[in-house]
Design a protein around this ligand. Sequence first.
Ligand SMILES: [Cu+2]
Length: 116
Amino acid sequence: MSPAVIALYRWRLSKGAPVLLALFSLAATAQTVVEVRIADYRFDPPAVSIKVGDSVRWINREKRTSHSVQFPDENGLESERLFPDEEYVRRFERPGRYAYQCGPHPEMKGEVLVAE
Ligand SMILES: [Cu+2]
């Protein structure tokens, strides 16, 4: 290697590497939050696809009806009752298909698909 290349290499090690590492760790911790609206007694969109570590935020956009987000396959794990403009956020740590429904209106259904 020429001295110039070695000097550049050293510079990259000293200056570039920390910057790159910072960028990588930022990318690793950056997570997506996908929004699901609740309106007209429906989850919109009814199905969302995310990756492990991402979150879903459900927001009640009804005028006066309250809803919840309940996961029957997880011992009925359920959000608080969401009144208009309230929201519930859940982060998904494992891949899989998470079917959910509204507690008080079980005919309202949705699902979250979590990929590796
Ligand atoms: Cu409901």
